[in-house]
Ligand binder design. Structure first.
Ligand code: SAM
Ligand code: ZN
Length: 464
């Protein structure tokens, strides 16, 4: 059993559910491989096994169906000039602050010093704004002010038709209930934001997208993606007792329209996403400390066929398809964390980011139908899908090599489905253990608060 260390900022940067403890995974990889060995993870998620393998000179092959994973790998592979990133962030923000929509909606006279300053957020209850909060840029005071205004959103008619905006329909997203669909203004995923926030988000996005400097574009986009979920109507105000009136978070991994909403200023949020303690700049610095940049990646399946695997590889798509192209007996070790039951609908929830990523670059789209997920308690097909993955994993592994997988569930049927998926393979079961996690990772939302959270590690081996 290992102790979990604090995550470097670049792992904390982007929201991803079920992130695994990086140092523990590194220890496991290290114990089971030697330098230049090939480490495969067919459910890469936020990329833990990928970056940890690189850190200890192993060669990762990562696969995931979520374009967000590809975006993270692409972004973190490059070196950037921090000053340039700072310059362009400030430029984008300054430009937008000159626009009418911004000044009409997010500027207020400070009650303390009477100077103009930016509103950080509005708090709404059933279409009434009951509070505004800001940190005055002139007198530096944090002020929350009770108000009682009918919530007035701007009309989308004023909207610049040349701006790129996502067109994702809400009814195409499985986990949005009909009850919530009925409450939306229109059948659009953008209805989870107010109009004014949609416009401001599009303005930021378009300014990033129009930049020619490609090296920092991805990092700006990363900051933008963090802004996206923090400015939606799905955010709930913290209780006044928390004494943190200026920030909030996406309450729980689900689409929702809470009665009390926290509407955050996208410009302030974008600024914090880049410059803040949890922001992109600190993420980049921590990444540079963690591994050597740039990472030269390949994603050519032909190269794999020729067995010349000497660079980190990432493939966006369905693992079952991609694994088939990896040569038999070419992989030294597999570590992976398959989708757990139906706790988190990864792709479904990721649409709020993917809809922007697809606009940013068409390479960030995928065929989401082959996502492995437990829907409507369909344990048989879930088990069958996982079996196909393990079966492929068995084939690509070298003899006497291991596959270690993690699993977490408090549902017996889910466990049985997993068990069945493994029993059908030729893998030899060599053991399992429980690993305590420091924090209740977001994948374990079902677990009661305060309960020690553990992951199961299951060890399988390919014999001769
Ligand atoms: C439990 S998460 C992995 C989290 C990861 N261990 C981490 O630390 O971030 C499971 C992942 O499987 C991916 N996934 C689901 N079905 C897939 C498929 N058919 N092919 C490839 N990836 C898939 C999901 O997108 C999700 O990222
Ligand atoms: Zn002031």
């Amino acid at each position: 059993m290992y102790k979990e260390e604090k995550r470097p900022a670049f792992y904390r940067n982007m929201k991803y559910w079920g992130k695994k403890p990086h140092n523990i995974w590194r220890e496991i990889i290290s114990e089971n491989t030697k330098k230049n060995d090939i480490v495969l993870d067919p459910f890469l998620g936020s990329g833990v096994s990928f970056f940890e393998s690189i850190k200890i000179d192993r060669i990762p092959i990562g696969i995931d169906i979520n374009p967000l994973t590809k975006f993270l790998i692409d972004t973190y592979a490059n070196e950037i000039n921090i000053e340039e990133l700072e310059y362009y962030t400030n430029k984008i923000i300054d430009d937008i602050k000159k626009i009418d929509i911004y000044n009409k909606n997010y500027v207020i006279r400070c009650t303390n010093c009477n100077k103009y300053t930016d509103i950080y957020n509005y708090k709404h209850r059933k279409n009434i704004i009951y509070e505004v909060a800001y940190k005055c840029k002139e007198c530096n005071k944090t002020i929350t002010k009770e108000v009682e205004n009918e919530f007035e959103d701007i009309s989308l008619k004023k909207y610049d038709k040349n701006l790129l905006t996502p067109k994702k329909r809400a009814s195409c997203v499985n986990s949005i209930s009909t009850n919530i669909l009925d409450k939306l203004d229109e059948d659009s995923l953008s209805s989870f934001w107010t109009n004014r926030n949609n416009i401001l988000l599009s303005l930021i996005f378009n300014k990033i997208n129009d930049l020619e400097k490609s090296s920092i574009k991805n990092y700006l986009m990363l900051g933008f993606l963090k802004t996206v979920h923090l400015t939606s109507k799905m955010c709930i105000p913290r209780s006044p007792k928390s004494k943190r009136p200026l920030s909030t978070s996406w309450g729980r991994p689900a689409y929702m329209l809470p009665t009390k909403q926290f509407e955050q200023n996208p410009i302030i949020s974008f600024y914090k996403s880049i410059f803040g303690r949890q922001g992109v700049i600190n993420a980049y610095k921590s990444l540079k400390n963690h591994i050597k940049l740039p990472i030269e990646t390949k994603n050519s399946l032909n190269e794999l066929k020729n067995k010349k695997i000497d660079y980190p590889n990432f493939f966006l798509g369905d693992s079952n398809k991609i694994l088939k192209k990896i040569p038999t007996g070419s992989v030294d070790f597999i570590i992976t964390d398959p989708p757990y039951g139906n706790i988190i609908n990864y792709i479904d929830l990721s649409y709020i980011w993917i809809m922007w990523l697809e606009l940013f670059n068409s390479k960030y789209s995928s065929n989401y139908n082959s996502e492995i997920i437990l829907n409507d308690n369909n344990y048989n097909s879930y088990s069958e899908d996982l079996f196909k993955i393990w079966d492929n994993c068995y084939r690509v592994l070298k003899n006497n090599s291991k596959l270690i997988l993690t699993f977490h569930s408090d549902n017996t049927q889910e466990w049985n489905a997993l068990k069945k998926s493994i029993e059908k393979t030729k893998f030899k079961f060599i053991g399992n253990y429980l690993q305590k996690n420091k924090r209740s990772s977001e994948s374990n939302v079902k677990a009661k608060k305060g309960k020690a959270i553990s992951d199961h590690y299951i060890l399988l081996e390919k014999g001769r």
